[in-house]
Ligand binder design. Structure first.
Ligand code: GUN
Ligand code: ZN
Length: 436
């Protein structure tokens, strides 16, 4: 039996932190311990108490003075867009046609997919992200490459091959039947294999014909426990085009409603320009709006109204995500820094505890995975990040004047990136050393 005992400043959330002084929302131990057995956390709390429960042979790893937290969760990212990152000068539809679809055609080659999947998951680990909800390309082999690599690392990830049968180049199109068959075969092979989860992934209404949407509906009916992921209301030209393609629909959200695709396991990327009716539909169905701030700014898509969605009479469940290659950085710290600025442009401030809640327990909950990940609670999987608040010269200097945990977290979020990630544990195993 392998046992690992981590020591450091532990931080884990219990609930949404309402304000900067809402200290009941989290558990923080200045000298904390996390005891890990067979990939699971078995005890967490004051180091002395936890150490007493460790066996003689436990491997002790001292991370003091660093922060030990649940690993970050990225609720929307395209692994097949590693080579799309930093593509200049376009809005959504032009960006897809000019850069994204041509790059995704390369994933027809399984070898290429395997290489990118390896590099992508290395990047996740390097940035402290232990779980993603990922889009693969249209090719079945791109999803196979992703799951093979994720399974080999024992990471808990959600992914799916995109279903898309129109309005894109031939090299990235399936058909209603092949999209259905490939999805079904991938579910059979990968869903619930180890820590892998399959997501039914119609890319968005523009690239799926009504026939393909019917197939997505059929899959959702056959596999009701699975996640569904797609894009919604990101850009004005996208919304207009969708209205032309589905003239009977009341609005963009109605298209997904019509095909039975809304629900508590549905992850809707962007959701920037929603009407009140659409926001109600998301709320009533328990669907999740995924806020991707670096992408929304980079593509000039608009400002997600986080506080409106959170506090309206019918609140919407929210996750946050990088959305690389539309997004510009794999770091959830950089992502929440940009989220803070987008929320500030809407006249509000997100407190630093709420930010760190969001990228850990908040996102785990949005993915309905809080019983497995997102906290340091005993019984959950040991997916953990260790953060160094003095990782760079400016952070070291700034920390000299910082006296509270809230200010330290805000510094980490505002200037931190992969350099602040000292170690990452995936199911209890140190993972940074595994990287290529
Ligand atoms: N809408 C449909 N596909 C995509 C994509 O790959 N990225 C973004 N940002 N939006 C999309
Ligand atoms: Zn996306």
């Amino acid at each position: 039996m392998t046992e690992t005992l981590l020591r450091g400043r532990t931080l884990s959330f219990l609930r949404w932190p309402d304000a900067i002084d809402d200290h009941g929302a989290y558990s923080y131990q200045e000298d904390g311990g996390v005891l890990i057995r067979e990939g699971r956390i078995v005890a967490t709390g004051a180091y002395e108490d936890v150490a007493r429960q460790a066996g003689e042979g436990a491997q002790k790893i001292d991370h003091r003075p660093h922060l030990i937290m649940p690993g970050f969760v990225d609720a929307h990212v395209h692994y097949s867009q590693l080579q799309v990152l930093a593509s200049y000068g376009a809005e959504l539809l032009g960006w897809l046609n000019t850069y994204t679809f041509p790059e995704e055609t390369k994933f027809r080659d399984a070898q290429y997919g395997r290489r990118v999947a390896r590099q992508f998951l290395d990047e996740m680990v390097r940035h402290g992200t232990t779980t993603v909800a990922a889009y693969c390309s249209v090719h079945k082999q791109s999803a196979e490459a992703f799951f093979e690599e994720s399974h080999a690392r024992n990471m808990l990830n959600i992914a799916g091959k995109v279903m898309m049968d129109r309005n894109a180049p031939e090299g990235v199109l399936d058909t209603p039947q092949s999209g259905y068959d490939d999805t079904k075969a991938l579910i059979a092979e990968w869903h619930d294999k180890g820590r892998q989860h399959y997501a039914i992934t119609p890319r968005f209404a523009i690239t799926s014909s009504p026939e393909q949407m019917e197939m997505a509906k059929a899959l959702a009916g056959e596999f009701p426990g699975l996640h569904i992921q797609t894009h919604l209301s990101e850009n004005h030209a996208e919304i207009e085009f969708t209205q032309q393609l589905y003239p009977w629909s009341r609005d963009y959200t109605d298209v997904y409603e019509h095909y039975g695709l809304l629900g508590p396991k549905t992850l809707l990327g962007h959701c920037i320009h929603l009407s009140e009716r659409e926001a109600d539909a998301l709320s009533d169905s328990g669907s999740v709006a995924v806020f991707c701030p670096t992408s929304n700014l980079f593509l000039g898509s608009g400002l997600f109204d986080y506080q409106r969605y959170r506090t309206r009479a019918k609140p919407i469940r929210i996750a946050t995500a990088t959305d690389v290659g539309g997004g510009t950085n794999y770091s959830m710290l950089r992502t929440m820094d940009e989220a803070y600025k987008v929320i500030a442009l809407n006249g509000e401030k997100l407190n630093p505890f709420a930010s760190f809640w969001q990228m850990t327990l908040g996102n785990a909950r949005a993915l309905s995975l809080e019983d497995r990940i997102g906290t340091l609670d005993a019984g959950t999987d040991a997916d953990i990040v260790v953060l160094d608040s003095r990782a760079t010269p400016i952070m070291r200097l700034r920390m000299e004047a910082i006296e509270s945990l809230a200010a330290e977290l805000f510094l980490l979020q505002t200037v931190g990136d992969d350099r602040a990630v000292r170690e990452v544990y995936v199911a209890g195993r140190p993972a940074k050393g595994d990287m290529a």
